[in-house]
Design a protein around this ligand. Structure first.
Ligand code: FAD
Length: 622
């Protein structure tokens, strides 16, 4: 074998790995690669550089350049920032894998366990500009040539997992599939030199991972987080039933021509929804369509129309029962989603054949978003028999996303970076309470993040939160406020219980505001303002002056009311949206431009939006 032949063979093995299209296939191609090239994947701190030395073909150079550029960020201190730190990550979803990459770059020993061995979700994630930039920086194009070409800003969950898995492996992350995390195992009381530290009980229990000692554990196992000690807060909104549907994409010219539907624009398109209802009996609040590997639709449907169309059989108050398998007519659901998709794309998609899901069934599903969960805290520290363990949540475990808004991956990655930052502080030996207080301070920003209010300078993004959040205050939570998150077995049981799993669900149900009362309050607040005459919860708000007045009444310094121009509908509304978001944490429900485009704002949305003002301001106003 000549040198050239060896180079060519190595490059081919690597290409097989890069092109692998399943989870199992990727792991297999990786192990062949390592075996043939005699690389030891367990030698995690040298693995990446050994791989680079072994694979020198020009085709791969661009990838090495990208990864090198990332690894050179000062925060990683040349892969030594967290030397000696051992991390277990539970869950190989996008957020678990993204966290693993950062921890590996910091120099941690990282083990990921994933209970399944397939990546099978067709559903599509909306990507914010920063996530696209981030993924490109990790070589996304190399792993998936079609990644975000042109104006495309989405990716199927499985493609995303696949590319992140590959980057993980290249960086020396150890990945085990078909391993399910059960619970943490405390270090034993009797301590001698080689006593175990913190470990995990897993299924199957005989697997070597059960002997892995770690000092950081990350819960990235999705909405049903399995790590103890985190209470969840519940946000109960109005009834929201979402349907996802995936149809086969044959990539024909006819299909290519059909336009995507991005949610924001459609929220205000009343005419579309009225026509849909009249023509088909389908009643939706919103619909999103992305052309990806499949034709992917996600829509929020009104209960009554699901009942009328026979999708839901009996009407029950409890949503769980309402949407239980035996109360849903699957055939009717298939027709419902197909009809909505057909209408939404103006009957331009030639054949709407369902793609097949993980269970070999047509890929349609219905989910309840009436209650959404967020963890009360992002991290805690456990100490037992002299061993400290940093426990953190990322992704859906931390903050559940509302899919039609598509915030899951974007906020998930932000939390992944914030968590890596915390691990870095931990490895530097900062005090536990200081680290926890900082983490909670940053976590408070997460639910409010939007594409608009995070830093636009993506090139500067690192795990340092200051590079991403313009209005960062890392010390708004003080160390004494997170005392309960340091669990050292010293507290009395009562204290432990408070932080513990016994009271998981803290109900933060929003106070209901009746529209009549809301209107009266709004009228009182905006009385006497130039150009404002509030007579309803729709058209009176269109030009944005009433919103500005509402803010000005409480905090005159925030808005120069006299300078506002009645004609500048988009500008006035956007100003109010931005100020309310920044100052009161009220999330906007649309854009200023959208307000200008519509003859009158949508009543439901306005009620929702104004209710938040009421909640935020009424104490100040009464
Ligand atoms: P996930 O992607 O949920 O990953 C969690 C991983 O942990 C999974 O691979 C799971 O198998 C594994 N796991 C769970 N428990 C254990 C355990 N005990 N031990 C080991 N491993 C475990 N978002 C949208 O925006 N649009 C959509 O249409 C959409 N559809 C979805 C459909 C489904 C069925 C699911 C589950 C989620 C969907 N999401 C959707 C949410 C989106 O996938 C997540 O926001 C995104 O993937 C980031 O999530 P994550 O990595 O935190 O968790």
């Amino acid at each position: 074998e000549t040198e050239d032949e060896r180079t060519a063979q190595a490059s081919q093995l690597f290409e097989n790995f890069v092109q692998a299209s399943t989870c199992k296939g990727t792991l297999q191609a990786f192990s062949i690669l390592c075996r043939q090239l005699e690389l030891d994947p367990l030698d995690y701190s040298n693995f990446y550089s050994s791989l680079k030395t072994a694979i020198t073909s020009w085709k791969v150079k661009a990838l090495w350049t990208k990864l090198d550029k990332r690894a050179e960020h000062k925060v990683y201190n040349q892969g030594k920032a967290c030397q000696g730190t051992r991390c277990l990550i539970i869950g190989g979803g996008p957020c678990g894998l993204r966290t693993a990459i950062e921890l590996a770059l910091l120099g941690c020993k990282v083990v990921v366990i994933e209970k399944r061995d397939t990546f099978s979700r067709n559903n599509v994630l909306h990507l914010w500009p920063y996530t696209i930039h981030d993924l490109r920086g990790l070589g996304a194009k190399k792993f998936y040539g079609k990644f975000c070409a042109g104006s495309i800003d989405h990716i199927s969950i499985r493609q995303l997992q696949l590319m992140l898995l590959k980057v993980c492996l290249i960086l020396g992350v150890e990945i085990h599939v078909n391993i399910e995390f059960i619970k943490l195992v405390e270090p034993p009381e009797e301590q001698h030199e080689d006593s175990p530290g913190w470990r995990a009980e897993i299924r199957p229990s005989s697997h070597q991972v059960s002997e892995f000692d770690f000092d950081v554990v990350i819960g990235a196992d999705g909405r049903r987080n399995t790590l103890d000690g985190f209470s969840r807060k519940e946000f109960r909104g109005k009834l929201a039933i979402a349907i996802t549907a995936n149809f086969v994409n044959r990539n024909t010219t006819a299909e290519a021509k059909v336009e995507e539907i991005s949610g924001v624009a459609f929220i205000f398109n009343q005419k579309f929804f009225l026509e849909l209802r009249e023509e088909t009996g389908i009643d939706l609040e919103n619909i999103v369509y992305y052309k990806d590997h499949t034709h992917y639709f996600v829509m929020t449907a009104k209960k009554q129309s699901l009942l009328d169309k026979g999708v839901i059989i009996n009407d029950y108050i409890e949503t769980e029962r309402l949407l239980s398998n035996d109360n849903v007519n699957q055939e009717a659901l298939l027709s419902y989603a197909r009809e909505a998709a057909d209408f939404g794309t103006n009957y331009q998609l030639p054949s709407l054949d369902y793609a097949i899901n993980h269970y070999g069934q047509p890929d349609v599903a219905m989910f309840d978003f009436t209650c959404m969960y967020a963890s009360e805290n992002a991290a805690l520290i456990r100490e037992k028999h002299g061993h400290q363990l940093l426990v953190a949540l990322v992704g859906d475990s931390l903050l559940e996303p509302f899919w039609p808004m598509g915030t899951g991956c974007a906020r998930g990655f932000l939390a992944a970076f914030d968590t890596a930052w915390m691990v870095r502080g931990w490895a530097q030996g900062r005090s536990p309470l200081e680290i926890l207080a900082e983490r909670e301070s940053i976590y408070r920003l997460l639910p409010q993040t939007t594409t608009e209010n995070i830093s636009k300078n993506f090139e500067q993004y690192t795990i340092d939160p200051a590079t991403r959040y313009p209005n960062l205050n890392s010390s708004c939570v003080r160390p004494h406020q997170v005392r309960h998150l340091f669990i050292d077995g010293q507290q009395d049981t009562c204290h432990l219980e408070r932080g513990g799993p016994t009271r998981r669900s803290v109900n933060l149900t929003r106070r209901e505001v009746r529209p009549g009362r809301l209107l009266t309050w709004c009228q009182k607040q905006t009385e006497g303002y130039r150009g404002v005459d509030v007579t309803d919860l729709t058209s009176s708000w269109r030009n944005g002056l009433a919103l500005c007045a509402l803010i000005h009444r409480q905090r005159p310094e925030l808005i120069d009311y006299d300078s506002l121009n009645e004609e500048d509908v988009a500008g006035n509304n956007q100003l109010a949206f931005d100020v309310a978001e920044r100052e009161f944490g009220i999330q906007p429900v649309t854009l200023g431009k959208e307000m200008a485009r519509q003859p009158e704002p949508d009543k439901l949305l306005m009620v929702l939006y104004l209710s938040k003002f009421y909640e935020a301001l009424y104490r100040l106003s009464s």
